[in-house]
Design a protein around this ligand. Structure first.
Ligand code: CA
Length: 215
């Protein structure tokens, strides 16, 4: 799940990015309106939008996006003295808001709720394995698989795409998990652990290229 984080406060943006990455979300950052506009695309599943930005305000931006037909859920991040703006924000098409300073656990549950509401078809199933992108969870024959965030991401990528996935593409999708770099060797380790958990016959090695899911 991809979150566009629009916030000009460097410290807060950094803390939020760390938190969201640790939870397994992909984070795209922007610190003003114009960068937020260019970062927005159909792959974004949720926007976290600060109200006061250096080159404009989040509420007008939300308004513009809704006018343009953007339906992505928007969660406003508002300062206490901006609370009056919240009503305007929700009128502008925002879905929810949190007031700074917020508790991180509360923020995460708001995010999950918005993603769930929006992602009715967020599950992909193949060969008895179901990936629930809203819950960031995988299950096999109805039983939740105990996976690390990295294993989950590999599995989700293999199952969602029917084609061969190159090692480079996998590494690219993984490198920001928990801010730890996943190198070629660690990728092989993650793959072999994942094979133990889901059945080795499902993950085929395409020598010199990458991997492919086999039903
Ligand atoms: Ca701000």
């Amino acid at each position: 799940m991809k979150i566009l984080l629009v916030e000009d406060d460097v410290a807060l943006r950094g803390a939020l990015e760390e938190l969201l990455c640790r939870e397994g979300y992909d984070v795209v950052k922007a610190f003003n309106v114009s960068l937020a506009r260019s970062a927005m695309n159909s792959e974004v599943d949720l926007v976290m939008l600060d109200v006061g930005l250096p080159d404009g305000d989040g509420i007008s931006l939300c308004h513009q996006w809704r006018d343009e037909g953007v339906q992505t859920p928007i969660l406003f991040l508002t300062a206490k003295d901006e609370e009056l703006d919240v009503v305007r924000g929700l009128d502008a098409g925002g879905n929810d808001y949190v007031t700074k300073p917020f508790r991180m656990q509360e923020l995460l549950s708001r995010i999950r709720a918005l993603l769930r509401r929006n992602q009715k078809d967020s599950t992909v199933s193949r060969s008895g394995i179901t990936i629930d992108k809203a819950k960031l969870q995988a299950s096999q024959d109805g039983e939740v698989l105990m996976l690390t965030v990295t294993e989950y991401k590999i599995l989700a990528k293999l199952i969602s795409e029917r084609s061969i996935i190159t090692r480079a593409a996998l590494l690219n999708a993984l490198w920001d998990v928990d801010s730890r770099f996943v190198d070629d060797n660690t990728l092989s380790v993650h793959i072999s652990r994942l094979r133990e958990k889901v059945g080795s016959s499902h993950i085929k090695t395409i020598r010199g290229v990458g991997y492919q899911w086999v039903d």
